[in-house]
Design a binder for this molecule. Structure first.
Ligand SMILES: Cc1cc2nc3c(=O)[nH]c(=O)nc-3n(C[C@H](O)[C@H](O)[C@H](O)COP(=O)(O)OP(=O)(O)OC[C@H]3O[C@@H](n4cnc5c(N)ncnc54)[C@H](O)[C@@H]3O)c2cc1C
Length: 477
């Protein structure tokens, strides 16, 4: 329980990754912080359900080792990232094609981070082996490669030419190399269009666009119609070309839990719903008014607008994640499999227990699949049928573990999109979260970075600030 008179320099509303990361940046400068979270646990959208030894994410998480904030955000030193196989595996025209980033595209920093994160994996985990794979990948040319041994689909594939001709491949390789090397400022100076339109104007063959870039961008942006701003799409492609797609070991929640655990004891208070905010106090449903010197609103966009009615509520992309288990998994290894044909509801799928073995009990495979947009009425049947086609094996015996539907999963970012929406509303009142930046974990963390910087500047913070009095009796989550 919180003491009603508890005071702190800064009250942060919401213990998602944005609020928790901002708390780190503030407490490390001697600022006292109370993070108030309405839910019984931290993490917000990055939650992980535990069922019979499985760890099931609500979100079909695709992080990138090239997200700068995963390196810069304090409190994430212990984070272990589990990488997918380099590039992606595409299912198109009944075949599997491996598409990888071009030689040298992955930046040394991105690769280094992957190495660091993987090297910190507990003993017995295949860290060094994956590191080696990462280095090999960095020296490979962009390729469309057909994987062997996937039933009739791949037998047909071996007999026919890979997706796109040599010129097509060279163009794609050159495009990805450009993305990974062009400075961000230059990407952001390009004319801003809906991503789908911008792709058509980039001089790439329709087959390359439809067969690779569209499904990849839809997965990265959670936007099947590609109405997202081309600038956000360019940033997503840049991160893809310069890093490795990965998931946090143990499930999405490990990232916010790590942040919460490494904050000073007593900073995070769960089960506390904020009902109103001002520049020097917040009111809570459970503990009345809590006074402070500044308030940082770190909720999702809709909750932020309920507390501050002037704030914009964006449209959202709905996302559904379906988790299956089987004893005999498909043989796609650690690949992220995308459907280039859009022949069913699944946008991307992976045998996630191959990528991160901690997510399934021994002897069972966990297959996690993501459906973008409004799901069909016969979701379970449609997904199962589609997965059978994508993996080239029967799925009727697969057991459905969970179906997580989030109607307001990701704030839409149509053109024109303000990538740096203001985080300082007034002296004393600040806002952060993915809706102030890009709708990603990187965006949430970066908005927190900007908000904490603004607060520290306004408070003139350096060294020790206010001492909380009386000491709160709430427990850290
Ligand atoms: C299905 C899905 C798929 C996604 N896929 C990806 C992906 O592939 N890659 C990627 O980078 N990102 C992805 N995202 C987005 C990513 O998860 C979010 O951008 C990020 O988690 C947002 O963090 P946040 O801290 O801004 O907000 P949130 O996680 O929403 O945290 C806000 C917190 O505020 C709390 N709160 C709200 N109101 C109050 C109140 N009145 N009082 C107290 N507390 C309150 C909430 O309970 C919540 O804990 C996905 C999201 C979803 C849902």
């Amino acid at each position: 329980m919180l003491e009603p008179a508890y005071q702190a320099d800064v009250v942060i509303v919401g213990a998602g990754v944005a609020g928790l990361s901002a708390a780190h940046r503030l407490t490390s400068q001697g600022v006292t912080v109370a993070v108030l979270e309405a839910a019984p646990c931290v993490g917000g959208r990055m939650s992980t359900e535990k069922v019979d030894g499985f760890r099931l994410d609500r979100i079909g998480q695709l992080l990138s080792t090239a997200y700068p904030e995963l390196r810069l955000a304090p409190g994430l030193d212990g984070l272990v990232l589990r990488p997918f196989a380099p590039g992606v595996l595409l299912h198109g025209d009944g075949r599997h094609h491996r598409v990888d980033a071009p030689a040298g595209a992955r930046s040394a920093r991105g690769a280094l981070h992957a190495v660091r994160a993987l090297a910190s994996a507990p003993r017995g985990m295949p860290g060094p082996r994956l590191v080696a794979a990462s280095r090999r990948a960095a020296s490979r040319r962009a390729t469309f490669r057909v994987l062997p041994g996937q039933g009739t689909a791949s037998r047909a594939a071996r007999a026919t030419a890979p997706l796109g001709g040599a010129v097509d491949q060279a163009r794609l390789g050159a495009a990805l190399t450009r993305y990974s090397t062009v400075p961000v400022e230059r990407l952001l100076a390009r004319p801003e269009l809906p991503a789908g339109q911008a792709l058509a104007a980039r001089g790439l063959p329709a087959r390359t666009i439809d067969g690779f870039l569209r499904p990849l961008l839809a997965a990265l942006l959670c936007d099947p119609a590609l109405t997202t701003s081309s600038r956000c799409a360019d940033l997503a492609l840049r991160a893809f070309a310069g890093g490795r797609l990965c998931v946090p070991e143990g499930g999405a929640e490990t990232l916010p839990e790590l942040l919460a655990q490494t904050l000073p004891a007593g900073t995070v208070h769960t089960g506390v719903r904020v009902t109103s905010v001002a520049t020097t106090s917040v009111t809570t449903a459970e503990h009345g008014e809590i006074r402070c010197r500044a308030v940082l609103l770190a909720t999702d966009a809709r909750a932020a607008a309920e507390l501050l009615p002037g704030l914009r509520v964006p449209d959202f992309h709905p996302v559904t994640v379906v988790h299956h288990t089987t004893e005999e998994p498909p043989r796609t290894g650690t690949a992220l499999l995308l459907d280039a044909d859009r022949g069913g509801p699944v946008a991307h799928t992976a045998v996630i227990s191959e990528v991160d073995p901690s997510r399934a009990p021994s002897g069972r495979a966990l297959i996690s699949s993501t459906v973008l947009g409004t799901p069909p009425a016969d979701l379970e049947t449609a997904v199962r049928t589609h997965l059978a086609r994508l993996y080239g094996i029967p799925t009727h015996r697969w057991e459905t573990l969970a179906v997580h539907h989030t109607p307001e999963a990701v704030p839409a970012m149509p053109a024109p999109h303000d990538l740096r929406r203001t985080v300082r509303l007034l002296a004393g009142l600040y806002v952060c979260g993915d809706h102030r930046d890009t709708s990603t974990v990187q965006g949430a963390l970066h908005s927190a970075h900007r908000a904490a910087t603004a607060i520290l500047k306004d408070l003139g913070a350096s060294g020790s600030m206010h001492r909380a009095d009386p000491t709160p009796t709430a427990q850290a989550a």
